[in-house]
Design a protein around this ligand. Structure first.
Ligand SMILES: C[S@@+](CC[C@H](N)C(=O)[O-])C[C@H]1O[C@@H](n2cnc3c(N)ncnc32)[C@H](O)[C@@H]1O
Length: 292
């Protein structure tokens, strides 16, 4: 696989499938209004959550709006959604560049693709959704001040998943002190990004949601746990792990508290652990279902 962002999102699917908190997902299913209803997903990437909700039979007759600021993602989604829908036996119709319709005898999913910064999208005052989805996205935004804007997109529910919560672990240990420094500085970079971010968004969301007037209906852990089975990573998870190390490298390569040599040496060892099918990676995250 080429190291592109859409390919990273593809490789992340099986990790997210395992990680998503199934109690929170069951609460979502129990609280969904009767179909047809409207979903807006923000920071939707290439549409992997849309695919998951179709494949897991959570949605059958909905309007689904995908918003993402990255042109590459939306272009990828335009080609990829028809591909997986066709493979799932769905009829695919397109109208214009931004509308797709997936259907069969039981399903009718009407999709709108929007390439936009989410806050610009909010300013267009789109008809509010019944369900707002933000998956692996909230922890990239300025919190809590983004929540009222995001919540203007929904009149009922918000399903807020894979919110990072302050724990990254790589095993086996290379050097306990260096491992600890790298993990700590990596979290620090999430808190100091110019565009926002919160390395403890999971635990903070309890208070932030309450203060934003939302009622938490369910919450639970949704940790990424990536590990080899018989020395091999399932699906594209070796690619996923390498991509995570590249994120970490880009975030830390110019960090004043870490020598470039130490980081390079550490990354070389971690990449060799992936090659040998030894590396275990855990990221603690949290999912929420809230009534807005
Ligand atoms: C970690 S990715 C998750 C993508 C997708 N939810 C998934 O899990 O496959 C975060 C996504 O948020 C998008 N993003 C970041 N900031 C954004 C903003 N201000 N407005 C819209 N999208 C944004 C990025 O382009 C990226 O696709």
């Amino acid at each position: 696989m080429e190291p592109s962002f859409p390919n990273y999102l593809l490789s992340k699917q099986s990790v997210d499938d395992r990680a998503l908190n199934k109690d929170v997902l069951n609460a979502l299913k129990a609280n969904l209004p009767s179909e047809p209803f409207r979903i807006i997903e923000v920071g939707a990437g290439i549409g992997t959550m849309l695919k998951r909700l179709i494949c897991w039979d959570v949605i059958r007759n909905v309007e689904y709006v995908l918003v993402d600021e990255m042109r590459e993602n939306i272009e990828y989604a335009r080609a990829w959604i028809p591909q997986f829908a066709g493979e799932a036996g769905l009829r695919v119709e397109g109208s214009g560049r931004d509308r797709l319709r997936l259907s069969d005898n039981e399903r009718d999913i009407r999709i709108q693709l929007a390439q936009a910064d989410v806050f610009d999208f909010v300013k267009t005052k789109p008809p509010p959704a019944d369900v707002l989805i933000a998956h692996a996205f909230l922890d990239l935004l300025p919190l809590p001040e983004s929540l009222p804007n995001l919540f203007s997109l929904t009149k009922r529910l918000a399903w807020l998943t894979i919110n990072f919560d302050g724990v990254t672990t790589f095993k086996p240990t290379i050097d306990a002190t260096l491992d600890e420094i790298i993990e700590r500085l990596y979290h620090q970079t999430m808190d100091t990004r110019a565009t926002g971010g919160d390395s403890k968004s999971g635990r903070h969301l309890f208070g932030y949601l309450h203060n934003a007037g939302a009622e938490i209906l369910a919450a639970g852990a949704s940790d990424w746990v990536v590990y080899p089975l018989n020395g091999k990573y399932p699906h594209d998870e070796a690619f996923f792990l390498n991509f995570i190390l590249t994120f970490l490298e880009k975030s830390l390569e110019k960090h004043p508290e870490l020598s470039g040599d130490d980081l390079r040496h550490w990354l070389r060892k971690r990449r060799a652990q992936i090659e040998r099918g030894e590396l275990v990676y855990i990221a603690h995250q949290m999912d929420f279902l809230a009534r807005v």
